[in-house]
Every structure is written in C-alpha cells, then in structure tokens.
Design a protein around this ligand. Structure first.
Ligand code: ZN
Length: 118
C-alpha cells in the first residue's frame, strides 16, 4: 500500500475518532488507555475495541418477528427471531437483525484501526 494511502487512512481515522456518530448510534472515541473504541452516540458508553463489532458489547433481546409486523405472524415465526441490540447504559437501539433461531450474532462491523488491512 502506498505511504500516502496510509497517511490518508490515519487522517481519516483521526478525524472520525471523537467526531460525530457514524450513522445514528455508534461513535468512535479513545478510552483511558488511548485505544480506539466504539461508543454510544447518545451517552458515550464504550462497547469495546473499534475493530470488534459493537453489538458484542451491547445488550441483546430477542423478540418474535411478528412484533416487527403483524404480516410476519403468517410464517416462519418458529424459525426466525428479531434480535435487538441496545446500549447497556441508555438503551439506545443500535441494530435489529432478523436471523434463524440459534444462529450466532451476525457480525457486520469491520474497522481497520491499525492500518494493517483485513
Ligand atoms: Zn448509550
């Protein structure tokens, strides 16, 4: 990777840390050790290192897909579940994933905080 690209990546990361939330709910900040972490865009709660999906530091509750829409009550309510991920401190909703019952948490986040690539 060209040096300029690394500098651009580092500059972009520095601008994103302590900047406005990414989307509606996740922000980047530094913890007391200087590690870049994901944090709640509302209250600042740290979910964990920024290279890890913030859902892994959130509170999850599972609800029937019929709670999302009455139309969902017509099929697959035994096989599918709606997983809601919330900030443990202020309850801000981070994400909702519809998945098969028993499947692992769907990881959707990848952030290269050290410039080494994925
Ligand atoms: Zn919060």
């Amino acid at each position: 990777m060209p040096t300029d690209a690394l500098l651009d990546d580092a500059g972009a990361l520095a601008a994103a840390v302590s900047g406005p939330p990414i989307g509606d709910s996740i922000a980047l900040s530094h913890d007391e050790d200087g590690t870049v972490v994901t944090s709640c865009g509302e209250c600042g709660y740290a979910f964990g290192p920024a290279d890890r999906d913030p859902k892994l530091g959130a509170v999850m509750r599972e609800r029937s897909i019929a709670d999302l829409s009455p139309l969902n009550a017509e099929g697959m309510t035994e096989r599918l579940v709606a997983r809601h991920f919330h900030c443990p401190q202020c309850a801000l909703l981070l994400a909702v994933n519809v998945q098969q019952v028993g499947d692992p948490i769907m990881l959707e986040w990848r952030l290269d905080v050290d410039g080494k690539g994925a």
